[in-house]
Ligand binder design. Structure first.
Ligand SMILES: [Zn+2]
Length: 139
């Protein structure tokens, strides 16, 4: 098990993601920073660096996710809820973009929105501006 991802595979991950963060859907061309090719299921949780476990993520989402794979439900604090998995889940089943705000539609969506802090003010302002001119979500 290694974290090394060959350049060719990295490019395939980026193209599969359509050059957007697979969690918040922000296109990379609107952020002056490098996006990350990272693991959906982190190495320390038994993930690998195969194409089917890789995700393209903006630095904000990736840093907030870290090696986490889920969190606790709000209502009881004991039920583990996994995060949205771009490899097996359909974004629109778990989230809705409303004028740039990412609204959760499921427990998985709620856990992901909360822990990845996808509606942090500056990010929300950018997505609202993009939504106003029809560039977000770019699906
Ligand atoms: Zn993101």
């Amino acid at each position: 098990m290694t974290a090394y991802v060959p350049k060719k595979v990295r490019q395939q991950v980026i193209e599969r993601a359509k050059y957007r963060c697979e969690y918040c859907l922000i296109p990379e061309r609107f952020l002056a920073t490098y996006f990350h090719v990272d693991h959906v299921r982190s190495l320390k949780h038994g993930g690998n660096s195969d194409f089917d476990n890789l995700v393209y993520a903006c630095p904000h989402c990736n840093q907030h996710k870290g090696s986490d794979v889920g969190t606790f439900a709000d209502n009881d604090g004991e039920t583990l809820i996994r995060f949205f998995n771009p490899r097996r889940d359909n974004w629109a089943d778990h989230f809705e973009a409303v004028e740039g705000e990412i609204v959760p539609l499921s427990a998985i969506g709620q856990a992901t929105v909360t822990i990845l802090n996808v509606n942090q003010a500056e990010r929300l302002i950018l997505r609202r501006e993009l939504a106003m001119i029809g560039l977000y979500p770019d699906v």
